[in-house]
Design a protein around this ligand. Structure first.
Ligand SMILES: Nc1nc2c(ncn2[C@@H]2O[C@@H]3COP(=O)(O)O[C@H]4[C@@H](O)[C@H](n5cnc6c(=O)[nH]c(N)nc65)O[C@@H]4COP(=O)(O)O[C@H]3[C@H]2O)c(=O)[nH]1
Length: 805
């Protein structure tokens, strides 16, 4: 049971309803009681009146004959007695007896203002004849009736009121106890009901009996609790949904991709930060705009309108659009973006808007374009490369087939490019290629293509030719454009090119064969003596075929032990005594016979085979020199030729030291012959390698002096020991005074620089006299001995250590 105070509180809280109820109950019950009491009182009143009337009738019936007799008998006393008897009857207060003819007898009083009721009857003598004796009027006073009625009214009203009041109180208490306080609890609960308070269920202050639970209050509180639970579930779901929405909106906001959300009419509703970063347009500034009309630039908008029309159509038809778009930032800057456009659909698959995701792919695009360029263009010259050139050639051939025209294919190779590269360095070589590309391009029409195939090789495609003369004219123009000198490293250098020409469909109708033919023709042009062009002729295929064959044979030459060293003595010019020996390479191929170095060394250089070959030469030559020491009983130096490519190989110095180690030859007994051209490349590496070799004690000589630039300055700065005058000067010293004075000058100059001089190609005795007279230190040539195979040289060594002059 709840405490009294709580109940009072409930009562107080519920008082408005209870009082209203009480008032209404009182009102209705009072009204009802009043009406009922009124009816009752009126009924009693009517009953009293009829009692009085009855009484009057009784008076008439009981007294009329006796009064008539008394009156007939004129018995006044009896009459009076009789009238007094009537007056003693209740309520009768007045009697008036009219006696015929004109007397009257009155008894009793009528109080002033009293309500009365009267009844009159005739007094008749019933004899033989009827005589009307008089008339009696009886008057009754109604005061008693009214008093009784008032009394009754008072009692009835009081009792009814009290009854109604207590019944009402009882009803109210019952109602309050069983209903209103619970309603108050519900009201309080409902008032306190909020989203933060959903966990507390509504509990009414009454036992949980089945009857309580199934009554209206039980059902209402049950419904409220169910509502609370549903609301609770809804709130939990809403919170979860809100958290999800927050998460998604954060993810969209912070997405690394730009995000635009448009409504069904493609009006921008949302743009994330990335979009702003990417485009420069703030989210608010573009709200309501079409994604294709963000710019203030009309032209740009017009362009993008077309694009967005097709995007819209595809999204409607296929459901998605994706592609790469070259968009414009707010500041007018262009950038590439990858766009994905999809519709946003509601649960009923109705499109409610559009989602546009963008990613900046400018960098990737740049790389792609760069890769595309790299894949198709030569980076150095910017010309199409081999791949693109072949594509263009195929296109040109297809067009020529359709139009029945000819296509000229030219193969160009710069003469002596390797020499420039070796002597002036790679930068100069690169500049030369760039300038050569420019000069070749300047001789061609717009429809022609010039491409760099690699190294110093260029390809020219001449479409739409009418005859072979057309290509000759272009070749002439190219040769002519090469005649002005190139400025490389501040020096004027003259470069020529050799051009091979093959014509479609005359020489072949196939692009690959045409290229091979042009290549073969180019070799022919080189053979002719450089700065020349040659048209393909069928016999040329044999030459290029031979070259290919030679290359494949040379690759296996070391393995098959086809290489051999010949040795040529170098003697003291004065005494003719053997000082050293030059190792000269020979290639004994079973098919080609004895191949001289001039024929295969350039090929070995081109292909890189010179590196393993050079290592083999060093190994064999050093070992031979050690063996000779045993035979001769003294040191005999060995000179080994080193080609530029071999010299620049990073493993070169190691290979030299390895050869010395393996053979046990002293470093001073080894002399490396380096061409003048190699030294002209003033590169730091060349100087470093030469100094390193010098520090090891290896002797260094300048080979073929006079054939190159004959720049004397380098001789001072490099650690050379010997200078070899080229045989072309020595051979003519007796015939050409100029050569004689040149040789003389070289000897003097070399001596002044502390170098010793070897004269190459000494073939006869007068030459030896000349050289002796000029103070040339050493001589080498057929006059002393031809280059000899090892066994023959050893035999020579055993017998002829001194050449008799
Ligand atoms: N007309 C005439 N010629 C004479 C006379 N005395 C010697 N010769 C030739 O002159 C060339 C001298 O060699 P080089 O100037 O170093 O010129 C050499 C050298 O540059 C290169 N070579 C030879 N062997 C090797 C090698 O092992 N490695 C490298 N890298 N190059 C080599 O091949 C070139 C040619 O070598 P070879 O044919 O052996 O020709 C040799 C030799 O046989 C003479 O009195 N009259």
């Amino acid at each position: 049971m709840p405490k009294l105070s709580t109940r009072l509180q409930h009562f107080r809280k519920g008082s408005p309803l209870s009082f209203r109820l009480l008032a209404w109950i009182l009102l209705f019950s009072s009204a009802f009681t009043l009406i009922a009491s009124g009816i009752q009182i009126y009924t009693d009143y009517r009953k009293d009146l009829s009692q009085i009337d009855n009484r009057m009738d009784v008076v008439e019936s009981g007294y009329s004959s006796s009064l008539a007799r008394s009156l007939w008998a004129l018995d006044q006393k009896l009459l009076q007695t009789q009238m007094e008897g009537i007056l003693s009857l209740p309520d009768i207060v007045h009697l008036r007896l009219r006696i015929e003819p004109d007397s009257e007898l009155v008894m009793g009083d009528i109080p002033r203002g009293a309500q009365t009721r009267s009844h009159s009857f005739k007094l008749v003598h019933m004899g033989d004849e009827m005589f009307e004796l008089g008339e009696l009027t009886v008057t009754a006073d109604l005061e008693r009736v009214y008093e009784e009625m008032e009394h009754k009214v008072g009692i009835i009203l009081a009792t009814q009121f009290l009854k109604t009041f207590f019944v009402s109180i009882l009803i109210i208490w019952i109602f309050q106890h069983f209903v209103t306080r619970h309603l108050s609890t519900m009201a309080d609960y409902a008032r306190d009901f909020s989203l933060s308070n959903l966990s507390r269920p509504l509990e009414l202050d009454r036992p949980r009996t089945p009857s309580n639970e199934s009554d209206e209050l039980g059902r209402v509180s049950d419904s409220i609790n169910q509502m609370r639970e549903r609301l609770n579930d809804d709130v939990v779901r809403q919170e979860r949904d809100a958290a999800e929405i927050r998460k998604f909106s954060k993810a969209i906001e912070q997405s690394p991709s730009s995000v635009l959300i448009c409504d069904r009419q493609w009006r921008v509703e949302f743009a994330n930060q990335k979009f702003t970063q990417l485009t420069g347009y703030s989210g608010t500034a573009i709200l309501g705009k079409h994604p294709g009309a963000l710019s203030e630039n009309d032209l740009e908008n017009r362009e993008s309108r077309h694009l967005w029309q097709s995007i819209r159509l595809q999204v409607q038809r296929v459901g998605v659009w994706q592609g790469e778009v070259n968009s414009m930032r707010k500041n007018g800057e262009r950038f590439w973006e990858q766009l994905i456009v999809t519709p946003i659909k509601d649960s009923g698959s109705e499109t409610t808007g559009y989602l546009i995701l963008g990613e900046d792919i400018s960098i990737r695009k740049r790389y792609e374009q760069q890769l595309l360029r790299q894949a198709n263009y030569d980076i150095l010259t910017g010309l199409p490369n081999r791949m693109l050139a072949l594509d263009r050639l195929k296109l040109a051939l297809a067009q020529a087939r359709r139009e029945n025209t000819q296509v000229g294919v030219m193969f160009l190779d710069l003469d002596n490019f390797k020499h420039i590269n070796d002597t002036l360095g790679h930068d100069a070589g690169d500049n030369l290629l760039i300038e050569a590309a420019r000069r070749i391009s300047s001789c061609l029409r717009g429809t022609s293509t010039v491409a760099r195939l690699g190294g110093d090789e260029f390809l020219v495609i001449l479409p739409g030719l009418t005859g072979p003369d057309d290509s000759s004219q272009v070749a002439d123009r190219i040769l002519k454009t090469f005649s002005p000198p190139y400025i490389l490293n501040g020096q004027e250098v003259f470069i020529t090119t050799s051009i091979g020409i093959a014509v479609f469909p005359v020489d072949s109708d196939n692009s690959g064969t045409l290229l091979q033919h042009a290549d073969a023709a180019m070799y022919q042009a080189k053979h002719k003596g450089k700065s020349a062009y040659a048209h393909f002729a069928p016999e040329m295929t044999e030459v290029s075929h031979e070259r290919l064959q030679m290359e494949s044979r040379l690759r296996r030459a070391i393995e098959l032990k086809e290489l051999e060293l010949y040795y040529q003595p170098i003697v003291h010019t004065d005494s003719g005594n053997l000082v050293a020996v030059e190792a000269l390479l020979r290639w004994n191929n079973p098919t080609m016979g004895m191949v001289m170095p001039d024929r295969f060394i350039p090929l070995a250089e081109e292909t890189g085979l010179i590196i393993p070959i050079g290592e083999w030469v060093l190994e064999v030559a050093c070992k031979a020199a050690v063996e000779w020491k045993e035979i001769a009983g003294r040191n005999i130096g060995i000179s080994v030729n080193v080609s530029p490519r071999q010299f620049r190989d990073p493993r070169f110095t190691d290979a030299v030291m390895q050869a010395l180690d393996n053979s046990g030859l002293e470093a001073e007994q080894l002399e490396l012959e380096i061409t003048e051209r190699l030294i002209l490349d003033n590169s730091i590496e060349t100087a470093e390698i030469l100094r390193l070799l010098d520090r090891e004690g290896i002797r260094l000589s300048v080979d073929d002096f006079g054939t190159g630039y004959s720049a004397l300055s380098y001789l001072k700065s490099y650690p050379f020991d010997t200078l070899k005058i080229d045989k072309s000067f020595v051979q003519d010293v007796m015939k050409e005074p100029e050569d004689a004075s040149l040789v003389r000058a070289i000897i003097n100059m070399a001596h002044s620089l502390g170098l010793r001089v070897i004269a190459e190609g000494v073939e006869d005795e007068p030459q030896t006299h000349f050289l002796k007279a000029e103070g040339c230190d050493f001589s080498q040539g057929y006059f002393y001995s031809r280059p000899l195979p090892a066994t023959e040289f050893e035999a020579w060594l055993k017998t002829n250590q001194r050449v008799q002059i």
